[in-house]
Design a protein around this ligand. Sequence first.
Ligand code: ZN
Length: 367
Amino acid sequence: MSSFPLAPDGFAATYTEARSAWLQAAAAGGGRVSGLQHPDVGPRGEALWLDVARFGDPQAHSVFVVSCGTHGIEGYAGSAVQTAWMNAGGPGELPTGTAVVLVHAINPWGFAHGQRVTENNVDLNRNFIDFASIPAPHAGYTELHPHLMLEHWDEAAIARAFAAMDAYRERAGEQAFSDAFNGGQYQSPEGLFYGGRQPEWSRRALARCLPEALGPARRCVWVDLHTGIGPYGLPFFFSFDAPGSWGRQRAREVWGENAFSGKGSTHKAFAVYQGLMIGALAAMAPGCAMSPVVIEFGTHERRRMQRAHLALAWMRRQRMASEAFERAAAEYREAFVPSDPRWRASVLREGVALCQRGRDALVAEVR
Ligand SMILES: [Zn+2]
């Protein structure tokens, strides 16, 4: 189709291109599309939406959901996967009692502006906490923070930041370092992995979309697509449901034992994350048993990703364009959306297969 807005590798160059390709594919596949418009706009004044496409039985009791863009810029991959899957037939004919839901750009501001965070520098995946009891300032983060706020984006400043991070890690250990660096903090609005002071627009919008998106569902398998952790171009799973819970059991049935082995991790120790979106779904959808997982597509090794996080915190504090800003922005984008055609092809291949796997498990459940 001549109006097809994606590059031949299936990835969009802008949020608006990603959205129009997604909407086109959803309409062609017979999806029922709804959405909520964000109050802000993109860098070129473009409209920002959280979109939902629903396929199948409106009265379904069993639903499979694939969401993307919780971390803004990481939505380039998730959107490409969703669109490619729909264009390859997608959910197709679904038996009575089942439905598939695709959620596009949970954080459309970050997607359009090429950042992981929201308009308020909030890591949406640290924002789903109870703000009546905000976590106390984290001593480790308090210590690291001044070292993470670079004054200039140059190699000397970056090396000083890493020296401070390494010193902290050596003294406090890998786990304490991860908790401090990226577990989530609620004290420094300009800082890294900031969880905010209130529910972000994206959190409220998702909560508003859920009743219609899930309908009368009683069981839901949910996949939230991300990039940045795990083996290059390959999926890496996170499941936070307790062993023995229905959610964990169902995730095992659908995704297999290997999905939870931790093989291919790019982290020596994962932080105890606070305020994850998938951890809040059960409370947001009472009456529906949830089996949520995060699926990451690995990009680069952890140090390079940490550089990207430092770059974003620096970029957000710049008021003027500069050569250093352009360099930091390019490095940042490459960290979360590698331009390497092999990476992109692998993400599409693996991502589409995972969508199909989730869909097949849904269908098998009611047969
Ligand atoms: Zn992410």
